[in-house]
Design a protein around this ligand. Structure first.
Ligand code: GAL
Length: 415
């Protein structure tokens, strides 16, 4: 690990530096939807209030695949941004390559080890030192529903996959889009992940899709997963291919569709649309997953800088991210819950409370699992194998047996 200058020491330097010399931070992210942009705007404001300017390096494309491609080219050309939205095992991969700067001084000065649950803090460290700051905890296994649409269709909001098919058919027969969906690989993988968890359960999910246990993957359960996943093809609309996730969310918001299976960044879209949870929309655990929580922690990793002032600005940014003010306001806009423990819940809505409760409950039952669709569980290569298999299957008429066979082969080749 190459450390040019520890962020805290540099931050001290900054504090003594005349105001005009404060460095800017250039930040790569992919938060371009309404709710996402509102969230990132607050981080910009926080930093400007601390005299750190923000150069926005936004690369659109939900799920971040395009952003990561651009980041790699910038890093390889020796010109990485100050910080980038990097999550889960990718933090280790970037650390191995020697690109990341330690913010351990800032983290230790603020006692992050006690402010964060270990399932979060462990991911933020490389070689035992903090190199990234967590902004939130998203829950991915959610179903978002428009109750007025269900009422018009005489349907009820499903809690099992068998019931999902019955209720989706009622929505479809009533002329609604049953399942709002964007036909992009990461969205197909997000829905696939919910089916894996709901059909196979948390133990199977962990063994097969986190540990890559080939016996668990090569099982009847995987065939059952593909059987359920394949049935969903009939409940999306013909305009789904290429649709962005937040456009699918707007279909539920405007009453064109009954439901969407998506992480709780979708709640940020309901919020910017002025919708109220409980009346305009409801959030329920994706079918069969109420006791589980697929977690997706957004974080900013810091790239080694040659300029002391930029290293100092990294420390200011890391410190601001873990502040209670940022953790509250950012997550109220983003739809996620704070990464920081013991936050006041008063301003958060019932979906956030459900998420906070499920996070704690599932951590005690084994139901808290990392999202493989959102970069938290496996290497980029294995995640890519799952993405390719899920999206190829969903866009074909392949049988469940064929899907399961392709998944096993693709993961085996990627491991
Ligand atoms: C996830 C990311 C979320 C949200 C979502 C849609 O990977 O963690 O914060 O941006 O993609 O783009």
């Amino acid at each position: 690990m190459k450390f040019k200058l520890h962020a805290l020491a540099a931050a001290t330097t900054l504090a003594m530096t005349p105001v005009s010399q404060a460095a800017d931070v250039e930040v790569l992210h992919w938060w371009t939807s309404g709710g996402e942009a509102a969230s990132v705007q607050f981080l910009k404001q926080q930093l400007e209030g601390k005299n750190v300017g923000w150069t926005d390096f936004a690369v659109a494309g939900g799920g971040g695949e395009s952003a990561m491609t651009v980041l790699k080219s910038r890093a390889i050309s020796g010109n990485p941004p100050t910080a980038a939205q990097i999550k889960g095992p990718s933090i280790q991969e970037w650390g191995e390559l020697g690109f990341l700067a330690s913010i351990d001084d800032v983290a230790n000065a603020a006692d992050w080890d006690n402010l964060l649950p270990s399932v979060v803090s462990d991911v933020m460290k490389y070689n035992g030192e903090y190199v990234a700051a967590p902004v939130n905890v998203h829950r991915v296994n959610w179903l978002w529903a428009n109750p007025a649409v269900f009422q018009k269709a005489g349907a009820t909001i499903p809690t099992t996959w068998d019931d999902f098919m019955l209720q989706a058919q009622k929505l479809k027969d009533a002329g609604f889009v049953a399942l709002a969906h964007g036909g992009q690989a990461w969205q197909d993988a997000t829905v696939f992940e919910a089916v894996v968890l709901g059909v196979g359960g948390a133990d199977y999910y962990q063994k097969a899709f986190v540990e890559g246990d080939m016996a668990a993957l090569n099982s009847d359960t995987t065939v059952e997963v593909f059987e359920t996943f394949g049935k969903l093809r009939q409940y999306i609309d013909a305009n789904s291919p290429g649709r962005d996730w937040n456009v699918a969310t707007s279909m539920v918001i405007n009453g064109e569709a009954g439901m969407q299976i998506m992480g709780d960044w979708a709640k940020g879209e309901f919020k910017v649309a002025g919708k109220n949870v409980g009346t305009d929309y409801v959030c329920v655990a994706a079918p069969g997953t109420s006791g589980s929580f697929t977690f997706n922690v957004d974080s900013f990793a810091f790239f080694t800088q040659s300029d002391d002032a930029k290293s100092a600005a990294q420390g200011v940014m890391a410190d601001a991210i873990l502040s209670t003010e940022f953790q509250e306001v950012f997550n109220l806009n983003k739809g996620s819950i704070p990464a920081r423990l013991s936050m006041d819940r008063a301003e958060f809505d019932s979906c956030a409370h459900d998420s906070m409760d499920a996070f704690i409950a599932s951590s005690q039952t084994g139901g808290l699992v990392p999202s493989f669709a959102h970069g938290m569980a496996v290497s980029e290569a294995v995640a890519g194998a799952i993405y390719d298999t899920a999206t190829n299957f969903f866009n074909s008429s392949d049988s469940a047996e064929q899907g399961a066979k392709q998944l096993v082969a693709a993961i085996a080749a990627a491991q």
